[in-house]
Design a protein around this ligand. Structure first.
Ligand code: MLT
Length: 236
């Protein structure tokens, strides 16, 4: 009987140096809103999302004629075509297009994971399809929370707990990070919304009048797609 693959949670990209990425699948988690937006865009037939960590990289692509999307601190950055609301990526005219995309935390987490054997995109929107993919893949896996400017957050940690709950019969797991995420998930089973309302980013988005994105990004299994990085772009 083969040993089970291992799954671990990394609560912030600031801790990523503690986790070897070679021969590991990395799932990027940025529930509010980068990975939810990426899942939504690709499910609505956007051809590909090119993630870049810096605004300057996005500006360079814009000069080359690409469609560009940039968000900083929850707001659409000036001078780009799109921000980071999943609702902006459902438009008919984006079908078949490639979009260059940068956000406050999510795209930085992606760029820091380049040595992983496979980078996947996860959120509540694709949680079951993602769990089935990971179980089938049967490889050591790291669930990387994009967090907020290096500090762990509730929504990404909660998601990793919910995903762990689906994975654990098929994966070995022993770290305290995993236990923290699982405990948060078990606590939230009573009332996910009550817990999420305490998130600093939820308060930030509510302050920007972006409530509808929050509810949408917390919906489970709207899109049975598992975006992966093909070396150039995120695709399905
Ligand atoms: C992030 O990158 O942390 C988020 O996507 C920020 C946001 O769009 O609200």
């Amino acid at each position: 009987m083969n040993a089970q693959p291992n799954v671990e949670v990394c609560l912030s990209p600031q801790l990523l140096h503690l986790y070897p990425l070679q021969n590991r699948v990395v799932v990027i988690v940025d529930v509010l809103r980068a990975t939810s937006t990426i899942i939504t865009a690709l499910a609505h037939e956007v051809a590909g999302i090119i993630p870049v960590a810096k605004l300057e990289q996005c500006e360079a692509y814009k000069r080359l004629g690409f469609i560009t999307a940039a968000e900083r601190d929850g707001k659409k950055a000036e001078g780009f075509d799109l921000g980071n609301s999943p609702f902006s990526y459902m438009a008919e005219e984006l079908k078949g297009k490639t979009i260059v995309f940068t956000t406050t935390n999510g795209t930085e987490a992606i760029s820091k994971s380049s040595s992983a054997s496979l980078i996947l995109i996860g959120g509540f929107l694709n949680i079951t399809a993602l769990s089935k993919f990971l179980i089938e893949k049967n490889q050591d896996t790291l669930l990387l929370c994009a967090a907020w400017k290096g500090k762990p957050n509730i929504e990404d940690t909660l998601f990793t707990g919910a995903l762990l709950h689906k994975l654990l019969p098929h994966f070995s797991s022993s770290t305290d990070d995993n236990l923290l995420a699982l405990s948060l998930y078990q606590q939230s089973m009573l009332n996910k919304w009550e817990l999420i309302q305490k998130s600093s980013h939820v308060k930030r988005l509510q302050g920007l009048g972006i409530e509808r994105d929050i509810e949408f990004c917390l919906s489970e299994d709207l899109y049975p797609v598992v975006p992966y990085f093909n070396g150039e772009a995120l695709v399905i």
